[in-house]
Design a protein. Structure first.
Length: 295
């Protein structure tokens, strides 16, 4: 392999970790993201090419794709922003994906395309027996999921070499303000995936020919399978937030437990148990408290 790996949305948090992983492999990386993004630590670095542009522009996308050996397609408008303007969401999430696929078909038909999709495409599944498998019908309950369903269709009807990853909600091991309303009911089944495990899955999908043509659920595994209430209460206890302040949806969200047997067999990414995530959060809270005391 001589060409770079293109990462759309590469200046975001997941994209940056992927850049680091690929550089550790000795792979050249081309980061494609909006001009307004922060490129600190990416520009002027050996082995990293920064390409600033808009994925809705087909000509710009063709330039970004030319000469690549693989594409990791992360660029998308995510919730809640995705729900404010359906047309804009589809322009980025669907038209942008179409531009990537068409450019690959024309300029780099050998290059594998890893598409970041979502388990949200299954819709509300609380009345069904877990785990949710990739054969489950896709029934979007929001614009974001709908755009990912259409994006998957673009790949399947193309001549590109693709891997579709339906990724669960990503748990970030950092201090974050809790949302005003958690996007699930308290007794709803919930399975997230640690950010570093999601990155490992994406990274390995880009280098594993065995994964070509596969659609895979990416989630944390059995230690991450719990209820929404359990997840939030454990997190609030660590953050020192009273449990009674948690507010949940009063209708089902799209979260559930997922069948990840095949994705784990192919990609071997489930490395971070839920308790390790909690210990990372505690370490971050302790560090922040120590910094406050020193001021």
């Amino acid at each position: 392999m001589s060409g770079p790996v293109l990462i759309t949305g590469g200046a975001g948090s997941v994209g940056r970790i992927l850049v680091s992983r690929l550089r550790q492999d000795g792979r050249a990386v081309r980061v494609f993201d909006l001009p307004s993004m922060n490129y600190t630590g990416l520009e002027g670095v050996n082995g990293i090419e920064v390409f600033k542009g808009d994925i809705t522009n087909a000509d710009t996308v063709r330039q970004a794709v030319e000469g690549v050996d693989a594409v990791i397609h992360l660029a998308a408008i995510l919730p809640p922003a995705s729900e404010r303007d359906r047309a804009k969401t589809f322009a980025v999430n669907v038209d942008g994906t179409t531009h990537i696929v068409r450019a690959l078909e024309r300029l780099a038909p050998h290059a594998a395309l890893v598409f970041s999709s979502s388990v949200s495409t299954y819709g509300a599944t609380t009345q069904e027996a877990p785990p949710i498998r990739i054969t489950h019908p896709q029934r979007a309950i929001d614009a974001y999921a709908d755009s990912k369903i259409v994006g998957e269709h673009v790949l399947r009807t193309s001549q590109a070499t693709w891997v579709i990853l339906r990724i669960a909600g990503i748990a970030v091991p950092a201090f974050q303000e809790p949302p005003a309303v958690w996007p699930f009911m308290p007794e709803q089944r919930l399975e997230l995936v640690h950010r570093h495990d999601a990155v490992t899955a994406i990274h390995r999908a880009s280098t594993s020919p065995e994964a070509h043509g596969e659609t895979l659920n990416i989630a944390g595994g059995h230690t991450w399978q719990m209820t929404g209430r359990h997840y939030v209460e454990r997190l609030y206890d660590l953050l020192g937030v009273p449990r009674e302040e948690a507010k949940f949806r009063d209708t089902p969200g799209w979260v559930d437990w997922y069948d990840t047997e095949e994705s784990q067999r192919l990609l071997r990414y489930q490395r971070t148990p839920y308790e390790t995530f909690l210990s990372q959060i505690k370490a971050e809270v302790d560090r922040l408290m120590a910094d406050v005391e020193e001021e």
